[in-house]
Write a protein that binds this ligand. Structure first.
Ligand SMILES: [Zn+2]
Ligand SMILES: [Zn+2]
Length: 186
């Protein structure tokens, strides 16, 4: 994240509606409630509509924001704004043709990119230690754990775990094998 990007939930809660004002979309941003969720792990954003009060609430996931950074996260905001636009003009919203057309106009991603918990985890091999660290990408500490990397607490070796499959490795050779074995399930 860059310095001028929101660094706190309060800052993000201020910046998101301000950014929304600048998006070229016929939507009344003042009528939208903004919330930040610390618990949301599966989606980066969510747009809800109350059919009785016509109140729109856009919830942004703090974890997703931290993972994407501001620049990519504005795509999430634009996506949720298209939902808000559909709600305000048509009273419903899907990811259908009308949505897609509008999303294209403002360069918003068609789908709320699902945001899941970390795909990878570094786990200390010292059972008394309990240190573990989430990793989202295949960085060097993930692909080459035998390349001088150590537990951040007790300096023991760690193993890398692919969370979904449970597959583990401690060396680059093992990593290559697991990666091949998992194929598109990586
Ligand atoms: Zn959506
Ligand atoms: Zn340790």
């Amino acid at each position: 994240m860059q310095k001028q990007d929101p660094q706190s939930k309060a800052a993000l809660l201020e910046r998101a509606p301000a950014y929304a004002q600048t998006v070229d979309l016929d939507v009344d941003v003042h009528l939208i409630d903004w919330e930040i969720s610390e618990r949301a792990k599966r989606y980066a954003g969510c747009c809800e509509y109350n059919h009785l009060t016509e109140q729109i609430t856009i919830t942004l996931a703090w974890a997703a924001y931290q993972e994407y950074g501001w620049a990519e996260f504005t795509g999430t905001i634009r996506h949720e704004l298209v939902h808000a636009w559909e709600f305000q003009h048509f009273g419903d919203s899907t990811h259908g043709t009308r949505f897609l057309q509008k999303a294209r106009e403002i360069d918003a991603p068609r789908y709320c990119r699902p945001f899941t918990e970390a795909r990878l985890q570094l786990v200390c091999t010292n059972e008394d230690c309990g240190w573990h660290l989430d990793r989202h990408r295949a960085s060097k500490s993930v692909t080459n754990p035998d390349d001088g990397y150590r537990c951040g607490r007790c300096k023991h070796r760690y193993e890398v775990q692919h969370v979904d499959s449970g597959a583990c490795w401690r060396t680059n050779d093992e990593y290559e094998r697991v990666r091949q074995w998992l194929g598109k399930d990586w």
